[in-house]
Unconditional design. Structure first.
Length: 137
């Protein structure tokens, strides 16, 4: 379960960053190009297709780890809650961005997706940092 979650999050982050770099920071020499890099559509496809795998891993983790930790005073509860808040925002903005037809809405969801994804990854990374011996009971 933990390996699937970590792998799916890593792949989502890698493909998301790769797509963003290609879309926003690369420029094609061809003025008629639809994409800035030949791999750009594949990075987006991989990112979107990996989404259900990540959601499955989140669901599995929710039942086995998150829900039990919420009912106890888990030592890393703050970073876990932080991460859970941003999972919802990240997933919702990602799906809404795909189905939005207006440019303004799509841009707003894209911004929300980048912010919530960045905060999620930061929270998840903090959640993975082991506690010191004095705090781990």
């Amino acid at each position: 379960m933990k390996a699937l979650l970590n792998l799916s999050i890593a792949l989502m982050a890698i493909t998301g960053v790769a797509f963003a770099v290609m879309k926003y920071w690369m420029k094609s020499d061809d003025p008629f190009a639809v994409v800035n890099h030949p791999l750009q559509p594949y990075a987006l496809d991989a990112h979107v297709l990996l989404g259900p795998l990540a959601l499955f891993a989140f669901g599995w983790t929710f039942a086995a780890h998150i829900l039990p930790a919420l009912t106890k005073r888990a030592p890393k509860r703050a970073t876990g809650i932080w991460t859970m808040v941003f999972i919802g925002l990240m997933v919702a903005s990602g799906y809404l961005m795909q189905v939005s037809t207006g440019d303004a809405a799509r841009k707003a969801f894209a911004i929300a997706h980048w912010i919530s994804s960045g905060l999620f990854v930061a929270g998840y990374a903090a959640h993975l940092i082991p506690l010191g011996r004095a705090n781990a009971r």
